[in-house]
Design a protein. Structure first.
Lengths: 84, 150
């Protein structure tokens, strides 16, 4: 019987995620700017989780409110198939 | 008493004429100032494409008011009551602004940001009617781009 070859997994090195609001000192998220909020939603128009965008909890809450307000004033869709 | 800053976004029906739009905007303005509010800024985005239809309309006139008022003056209640009674209003949103938002809006008005600068240009164009036309065209162009993307 042949000896099974052992694989050593090389660790995947990714750049560390950071909160863009903390880094660039943004204190207020404008709900009237859908282009900016596009970075925090997927192509269906759903909010992206923090583990993907790297946003801190404090600002994720604000992002969520801003996206919801933006949807209300019809600048972002509530439901979409392909947005981007 | 310390005043609170508010921001109110109103979407008006696209069937309005230029005059009717001005009338509606000025009537809301009057309501704000008459109830002890202080109008800080008003903005007119012109005819803007909406992300989804409201009352079977795909476009709307966006009008934004920023004002300061006493928190116990019930000015927001009165304003929203007027919005609800007005059939020209498709949608409205009034938000309280925190200190960061007030600062942000000031900077935005002064054109310190790149993106909102286009919107900023649309704001002073609200007063002279001649200037309003090109901004509307610009808006239409940007919306067609979005359509192509989607």
């Amino acid at each position: 019987m042949a000896k099974r070859k052992r694989y050593t997994r090389t660790p995947i090195v990714r750049p560390k995620k950071y909160c863009r609001f903390k880094k660039s000192g943004i204190k207020y998220i404008d709900y009237k700017n859908p282009d900016f909020l596009m970075a925090f939603i997927n192509e269906q128009g759903k909010l992206l989780p923090r583990r993907i965008t790297g946003t801190s909890l404090k600002y994720q809450r604000k992002v969520a409110v801003a996206v919801k307000r933006c949807r209300h004033i019809a600048l972002l869709p509530y439901v979409a198939d392909e947005m981007k | 008493m310390a005043k609170t800053n508010y921001e109110s976004v109103v979407i008006l029906t696209p069937v309005l004429s230029e005059r009717m739009l001005q009338d509606a905007a000025s009537s809301f303005e009057k309501l704000i100032t008459e109830n002890g509010g202080e109008l800080i800024h008003k903005e007119n985005w012109g005819l803007t494409k909406m992300a989804y239809p409201i009352q079977r309309k795909t476009t709307g006139f966006y009008q934004i008011f920023e004002f300061a008022a006493d928190a116990d003056a019930e000015i927001v209640d009165k304003l929203e009551l007027a919005y609800r009674r007005d059939e020209q209003v498709l949608r409205y949103l009034t938000t309280k602004l925190d200190k960061h938002a007030v600062k942000y809006n000031e900077r935005r008005r002064n054109g310190e940001f790149n993106k909102p600068k286009q919107k900023k240009e649309a704001a002073p164009a609200a007063q002279p009617a001649a200037k309003a036309a090109p901004t509307v065209e610009a808006k239409v162009e940007s919306t067609t781009n979005e359509v192509e993307e989607s």
